[in-house]
Design a protein around this ligand. Structure first.
Ligand code: FAD
Length: 323
C-alpha cells in the first residue's frame, strides 16, 4: 500500500493536538498512514506509541532546534524530511492556521497541487479524490490533483474515521529551519471558561445567535453547552452584539466546525453562518420563526422560544445524568 504522510501538530509541551486521530483516519482511507512530527531534540520518544495507537504504522520524528519558538519553519522542514523518507502519494495536514501554512509552503516546494479545507477523502483507482463543502455548504464537490503528491488540508473534526491501532516503526531525522524563519516572541493562551472543549474539532457545539437577545441571556447557551459537554459557538450577529467573544464565531468569516452535534439557538441560518456548520453530522435548531432558513439544514427542529425550550432541555439532560 502507498504511504500517506500526515503532519501531526503538537502543543508547546510536545503533546498531540486533537487533530491527530482525524488526520491518520483520513490517511488510512487512501493508503498506509505515516506520521511526521516536528519536535525539539530529544522530546519525541513518547509520541511514537501514542501515534501508533491512532493508527500510524511509521513515525518520522523530525528533530529541529527552535521547535515551539519558530513559526511553521520546523513543521515545513519536518514535512519535507518526512516526504523524502517515505515518498508519499499524499500529504495530509490539519486545516489549522499552522497546518494550512506548512502544507501550502510544502506544496510550493514540491511543485504539488493542494486541496484545501477538505471534509472527506477517498481513492478512485490511482487517483485521490477530496470532497469539499462549498458555497456556504450548499454544494459538495470533489476534486483531485494530477502529478506530484496530493497535498490536502482536512477541516478539523470533519473526518471521523479512526485508523486501526498499529505498532509503528520510527525514524529520527534532524532538520534545520531555513534562513529567515520567523521567531515567536510571545504567546498568550486564551482559556475558555470551565472545562469546555475548544470550538475547533469539538464533537458537540451549542451556538447562540441574535435571538438570544443579550450578554446576560447568553448564559443559557453556555448552560446547555455545559450540560452536553459541548463547545460554545455563535453567529456573527451575536458576536457583533457583544454577547460572546469573536473566537466563538462560526461561519464564513469565523470558524468552520464539523461536530457530531450542532445545536443552533436563535440563529436564522444565513448562508454565511451555514458555511461554517453545515457539515455537522446532526443539526438541531430551536427558533421561534418556523420559516427560518436554519430549518432547511436541520435534522431536528423545534419551533419555539429558546427561553422556554432550552431550560426544559437542560432539566431533562440533568435528570437523565442523575438517573
Ligand atoms: P438573525 O438573522 O437576526 O436571526 C436571529 C434569529 O433568532 C431569527 O431567526 C429569529 O427568529 C430567532 N429568534 C429571535 N428570538 C428568539 C427566541 N426568543 N427564541 C428562538 N428564536 C428566536 N454570520 C455568521 O454567523 N458567521 C459568519 O462567519 C458570517 N460571515 C459573514 C460574512 C459576510 C461577508 C457577510 C456579509 C455576512 C456574514 N455573516 C456571518 C452575517 C450573516 O449574514 C447574518 O447576518 C448572521 O449570521 C445573522 O445572525 P443570527 O442568525 O444570529 O441573527
Amino acid at each position: 500500500m502507498k504511504n500517506v504522510l500526515t503532519l501531526i501538530e503538537t502543543n508547546g509541551s510536545a503533546e498531540l493536538e486533537n487533530t491527530a486521530a482525524g488526520l491518520l483516519g483520513a490517511a488510512a482511507k487512501i493508503g498506509n498512514p505515516v506520521a511526521v512530527v516536528a519536535v525539539a531534540p530529544g522530546e519525541g520518544a513518547g509520541l511514537v506509541a501514542q501515534l501508533g495507537a491512532l493508527g500510524a504504522t511509521h513515525v518520522v520524528l523530525a528533530e529541529c532546534e527552535g521547535t515551539g519558538s519558530l513559526l511553521v519553519a520546523p513543521e515545513l522542514e519536518a514535512l519535507s524530511a518526512g516526504a523524502r523518507e517515505v515518498d508519499p502519494v499524499a500529504v495530509i495536514a490539519a486545516n489549522s492556521v499552522a497546518g494550512r501554512d506548512a502544507a501550502a509552503r510544502f506544496a510550493v516546494r514540491a511543485g504539488a497541487g493542494i486541496l484545501a479545507d477538505v471534509v472527506a477523502v477517498r481513492s478512485d483507482g490511482d487517483a485521490i479524490v477530496a470532497t469539499h463543502s462549498v458555497l456556504g455548504g450548499d454544494y459538495t464537490v470533489e476534486a483531485t490533483v494530477s502529478g506530484g503528491p496530493a497535498v490536502i488540508t482536512v477541516r478539523q473534526g470533519a473526518v471521523k474515521d479512526i485508523a486501526p491501532a498499529a505498532t509503528p516503526t520510527s525514524t529520527t531525522v534532524h532538520v534545520v529551519p531555513g534562513n529567515g524563519a520567523a521567531t515567536i516572541l510571545s504567546t498568550k493562551t486564551e482559556t475558555s471558561s470551565g472545562n469546555r472543549p475548544e470550538l475547533r474539532g469539538a464533537a458537540r457545539v451549542v451556538a447562540g445567535g441574535r435571538g438570544i437577545g443579550s450578554l446576560e441571556n447568553f448564559r443559557l447557551v453556555e448552560d446547555l453547552a455545559d450540560a452536553l459537554g459541548a463547545a460554545v459557538g455563535a453567529s456573527r450577529a451575536a458576536v457583533d452584539a457583544g454577547y460572546v467573544e469573536q473566537g466563538a464565531q462560526v461561519g464564513q468569516t469565523g470558524v468552520s466546525v464539523s461536530p457530531q452535534l450542532y445545536i443552533a439557538l436563535g440563529i436564522s441560518g444565513a448562508i454565511q453562518h451555514r458555511a461554517g456548520m453545515q457539515t455537522a453530522k446532526t443539526i438541531v435548531a430551536i427558533n421561534s420563526d418556523a420559516d427560518a432558513p436554519i430549518f432547511d439544514v436541520a435534522d431536528f427542529g423545534v419551533v419555539g422560544d429558546v427561553f422556554t425550550v432550552v431550560p426544559q432541555l437542560i432539566r431533562a439532560l440533568d435528570a437523565h445524568s442523575d438517573s
